[in-house]
Write a protein that binds this ligand. Structure first.
Ligand code: FE
Length: 230
């Protein structure tokens, strides 16, 4: 079996949010799809270990923010590589409260969907929730961020709780490149000197050694000491 065949599947990238009492949480999800039209139902897949899973189980509502292509890696890392058990992810993040009371992230968002859970399928590590659409709004024009773009252009990685996570998911080092790739030992982000880190003012062609001392991992915020040769 060639497990890398799975890389050919296509996905988007979204923030799925929910609530528990007056607490809000959200996380990055790539598995979002419309399953029916009359009425509109949406399927999402969430890891049982995640706080957002607990919140959806309790509140039975969730929102989906459709991210735009230019979403900064730091924003994705904030929702994808940090836990709501450690921080309030909604502090300092633009959001609103939807009709169902669920929080909705509005920054870097092309539009959002709001759903009430009408069914769920236990898939082992993950649960697939089916939600009936209760509201949908477009916030701005733009290109949606795809999972392929996140991987290939932004050098993004899957978190260990993503349905699409594969161990040792690392990019091959291109032959003939003198500048080395460096990997964040916290989140697995690969710094590629060829592409640099334009979101944070690092030009393409900047070697890891040339990065400023205060540069941090654009995904999880770890410092340079948390990187090793990939
Ligand atoms: Fe990192």
């Amino acid at each position: 079996m060639d497990i890398t065949t799975l890389f050919k599947l296509s996905y988007g990238l979204y923030v799925v949010s929910s609530k528990k009492g007056d607490k809000n949480n959200g996380q990055i999800v790539n598995t979002v799809m419309q399953v029916t039209a009359e009425p509109v139902k949406i399927l999402i897949c969430i890891n049982k270990d995640n706080l957002t899973y607990q919140y959806i189980k309790e509140s039975r509502v969730f929102s989906i923010s459709i991210l735009e292509q230019n979403t900064p890696m730091q924003f994705i890392g904030h929702f994808g590589f940090k836990s709501g058990r450690d921080i309030d992810k909604f502090k300092d993040i633009d959001h609103k409260i939807g009709q169902t009371g669920t929080p909705i992230v509005t920054s870097n968002t092309l539009g959002y969907l709001e759903c009430e859970v009408v069914g769920e399928l236990d898939a082992g590590t993950h649960v697939a929730f089916v939600g009936k659409l209760t509201d949908a709004q477009t916030l701005q024009a733009g290109e949606p961020l795809t999972y392929a773009y996140y991987h290939e252009v932004k050098n993004g990685k899957a978190s260990k709780n993503a349905p699409t996570y594969i161990k040792n998911d690392k990019k091959p080092i291109k032959e003939g490149k003198k500048m080395k790739l460096y990997k964040c030992i916290i989140c697995g982000y690969i710094y590629n000197p060829e592409t640099g880190d334009p979101d944070n003012g690092i030009d393409p062609g900047t070697a890891f050694e040339e990065l400023p001392d205060d540069w941090v991992c654009p995904v999880c915020g770890a410092d340079k000491d948390s990187f090793e040769e990939a």
